[in-house]
Design a protein around this ligand. Structure first.
Ligand SMILES: [Fe+2]
Ligand SMILES: [Fe+2]
Length: 202
């Protein structure tokens, strides 16, 4: 993910008094428009956001407010990566703290790369952003090289590509194994979930 030292140097984020404070999804999209010029990177965040939202609703039985929290974390997790690669994580976290956003959302964003940020995923929301961050992008990379895209793509072909080190080499297989080891679901189940939900994301 990075040649920089991205360690956040802390594991507490935001103010517990702000629990339940979110921003609207329109505001979050506006922040992305302002901060991220790269269409591909914006799509990555929209994809992770869609997986987080769908997972919260379908697998966690989340109410709309909680589902929005999951979606916001997905949508903003890499918002500072393009402009401040050497400060990735720190800038968006500071921004959300200044906007008095729910600490659970900020902790989730801080959890999306434990090896880099030095923050362990704690909540289910934390664990799932870590899982979806790498796998959503990997499934998308797999779809891009197929003439029919997501159509007809199955779990088996993704598993095979994961074993091919040269394919999407920037996706760290150890991070995927580590992320999956922290949840109750299997790698196969997560890939199927992504296949079922990601192709509509634009
Ligand atoms: Fe990131
Ligand atoms: Fe990401």
């Amino acid at each position: 993910m990075s040649q920089y030292n991205l360690d956040l140097g802390r594991t507490e984020f935001g103010d517990p008094a702000n629990t339940g404070n979110l921003m609207s999804i329109e505001e979050a999209h506006q922040l992305l428009e302002e901060w991220v010029g790269n269409e591909r990177l914006r799509l990555h965040m929209k994809q992770v956001a869609a997986m987080m939202k769908a997972w919260a609703i379908e697998r966690e039985g989340a109410d709309p407010q909680t589902a929005l929290a999951w979606e916001l974390a997905g949508l903003l997790h890499d918002a500072d990566w393009e402009k401040y690669p050497e400060l990735h994580g720190k800038i968006i976290i500071k921004e959300l703290e200044q906007r008095n956003i729910d600490p659970a959302v900020i902790h989730c964003i801080a959890s999306h790369g434990p090896r880099y940020f030095g923050v362990e995923p704690v909540s289910n929301m934390d664990k799932m952003i870590y899982v979806f961050d790498e796998l959503s992008g990997f499934v998308h990379a797999s779809a891009l090289i197929r003439p029919t895209g997501y159509e007809g793509m199955d779990v088996k072909s993704i598993l095979k590509k994961l074993k091919t080190a040269s394919f999407a080499a920037q996706v760290n297989r150890e991070d995927i194994t580590d992320a999956i080891s922290r949840i109750d679901q299997s790698l196969e189940e997560i890939i199927q979930f992504i296949l079922d939900h990601q192709k509509e994301v634009k």
